[in-house]
Design a protein around this ligand. Sequence first.
Ligand code: ATP
Ligand code: MG
Ligand code: MG
Length: 383
Amino acid sequence: PVMLGVLGGGQLGRMFVHAAQALGYETVVLDPDRHSPAGRISHHFIEADYRDADALRELAARAAAITTEFENVPAEALAELARARPVAPAAGAVAIAQDRIREKAHFARCAERSGVAPAPYAVIESEADLADVPADLLPGILKTARLGYDGKGQARVATRGELAAAWRGMGGVACVLEQLLPLALECSVIVARGRDGQVVALPVQRNLHRGGILSVTEVYEGNVPRALASQAQAATVDIANQLGYVGVLCVEYFVLQDGRLVVNEMAPRPHNSGHYTVDACDASQFDLQVRTLAGLPLPQPRQHSAAIMLNLLGDLWFDAAGAPRTVPWPDVLALPGAHLHLYGKTEARRGRKMGHLTFTGPDAASVRERALAAAALLGIEAF
Ligand code: ATP
Ligand code: MG
Ligand code: MG
């Protein structure tokens, strides 16, 4: 059997493994932790750091093609693997997505065609840059250029004094300062692009974040005004095309209170906001990842059900006093259209993504009713 390789053993890798195995592929996962969500279900496993040269050689020797599942995979490791095997996404695209400065520059170039620009921003790499910050970027959000996720590596700043203190507090690393925008809603679009340049776009996902972490994704007709949805899909296709991207790419957007669409950031991989596709579409984002990696055809996916996804964070495993509690899964699974996905993580921690729960149904009203019922059972705030 043909073997597909994945760098990283988290939940995204686990769902990639599910999709690859369903198509008859064998899988090999490289991760430091054998008991990681993907590590524990893959046919084959290489227990090593992502930079371990011998382990990377072994991965390239065993896998026919290789993908990645987490954002901060060393781009050099992908470049090294690409000398031996097809790798998607490519190191160059991942390196741009890993650096907010390069990412925003790419978005700004694409905006000349698509009209969808990033938030006004400035690069901060020195004390001199701090002094040059235009006054209209405050209040703003300071974000480290590299390694931030789930709102980590960010600080909201209202004044130049706060900005300087926050930048120094981050150790003076390269950052971007973005204008704090008045958001009406957040959404994201996932596209898959093949080696031949063929590209398909999934429906626009409407996202609710809490505490910097994705909490709820709603996908059904009318979740986002239609014109904005088309504009976001077209902008995402353009961003992927201009990168010469191969694989699955997710781009996050803001819709402002004045109705304008703004591009926020991209993830060079399947995305948490796309998990509903497993249960609500005839091809999931992970099926698309397998197809782009294996060079298989990419027919346009169709969403067959309205969907709402609730993220299941480790907080649910504790009561208000912080004591462990039994989560009432049987009650949740009694609700029609419930699809429970748990990632097999051995330890629940606050803020840790343990699983997700998708409701599918014929229309928005029915999935909302059931998702709200589940949220009440689980202790997730209503939306
Ligand atoms: P992820 O886990 O999605 O990778 P991240 O840590 O990279 O998140 P961002 O997506 O840049 O961070 O920002 C996190 C959240 O903060 C956004 O989803 C949005 O709610 C809010 N936010 C970020 N930038 C702005 C902005 N310029 N104006 C208003 N709100 C913002
Ligand atoms: Mg991010
Ligand atoms: Mg984000």
